[in-house]
Design a protein around this ligand. Structure first.
Ligand SMILES: Nc1ncnc2c1ncn2[C@@H]1O[C@H](COP(=O)(O)OP(=O)(O)OP(=O)(O)O)[C@@H](O)[C@H]1O
Ligand SMILES: [Mg+2]
Length: 262
């Protein structure tokens, strides 16, 4: 779906690389979690994928086609992103208008627009706030609306850049469950950015970033095997990993399996 080939990027010429020779491909329909501590380059990477940061070196391919000045809008048409900070993402006067806005831009018939808006707001548990002003919502509620706006578009690629950071653990789990459903039903390609290793359990693939570079990639079991590298990348190991390391030779276990084994 998306392939990055030797991507490098600097914000300023005299600074270190914000992205340091990144080569990776994100397969169609895969859920990839990109994990790294503060400043490791995650947001820079997704901003380049979305075309917000330009002037990078290296190549980006979408469905095998190289991204150029001429085709970039066309190739990114089916990408949607939810940013870290929901405040800059609202365009509508009400929650409902806001979610419908992107659909209106696609020239969608009114009936379908209403149906998709209601469906997306229902998914994130914000139906009761349809007529509220987005600016008057709490941080977590804003994030839910931002996620609904992206989901309503039914994008082929959905990127979430720490978009659940303001949600409580339960709300975060709700969003992960919603993504799981989307991923299963619509075959959406998901790039889930986080610094929290407890959030990666549904991903097909995990990419660990540190200092602008990819230091590890693999499935969850492979990530579990590399605890030293995770620690070196300043990531906090979840308790399942720590206990598994101490008692189970470091094998991958879910919460439930761990409880069973103990
Ligand atoms: N607008 C900017 N101008 C200059 N430097 C920047 C800018 N944005 C990010 N950087 C630098 O680029 C590097 C990578 O930042 P980036 O925002 O991509 O990290 P991140 O992994 O998303 O971190 P976080 O977890 O804090 O969101 C950091 O060293 C940061 O200081
Ligand atoms: Mg970031």
């Amino acid at each position: 779906m998306i392939e990055l080939n030797n991507l490098t990027f600097k914000y300023r010429e005299d600074e270190a690389y914000a992205l340091d020779h990144i080569s990776i491909s994100f397969k169609k329909g895969d859920w990839t979690s990109i994990i790294g501590h503060n400043g490791s380059g995650k947001s820079t990477l997704v901003k380049i994928i979305m075309g917000i940061n330009e002037s990078y070196d290296g190549d980006i391919f979408v469905d095998g086609e190289k991204l150029t000045e001429d085709n970039k809008h066309q190739l990114r048409k089916h990408f949607a992103i939810v940013f870290q900070n929901p405040d800059n993402q609202f365009v509508g006067a009400t929650v409902e208008d806001d979610v419908a806005f992107g659909l209106e831009n696609l020239g969608m018939p009114r009936d379908e627009m209403i149906e998709r808006t209601n469906y997306a707001l229902g998914l994130v548990g914000m139906s009761d706030f349809k007529n509220h002003e987005p600016h008057r919502l709490s941080g977590g509620q804003k994030q839910r609306v931002a996620i609904a706006s992206a989901i309503a578009l039914q994008p082929e690629v959905l990127i979430l850049d720490e978009s659940t950071s303001m949600l409580d653990p339960e709300g975060r789990q709700d969003v992960l469950n919603i993504l799981k459903k989307l991923h299963g039903q619509l075959d959406t390609t998901i790039l889930y950015i986080t610094h929290d290793l407890t959030e990666i359990s549904s991903s097909d693939k995990v990419v660990v970033m540190n200092k602008g570079a990819i230091v590890l990639e693999g499935d969850i079991e492979e990530i579990y095997k590399n605890k030293t590298l995770l620690r070196q990348s300043n990531l906090k190991l979840p308790y399942t990993m720590v206990i598994s390391e101490a008692l189970l030779n470091g094998e991958y276990v879910t919460h439930e399996e761990l409880v069973d084994k103990l």
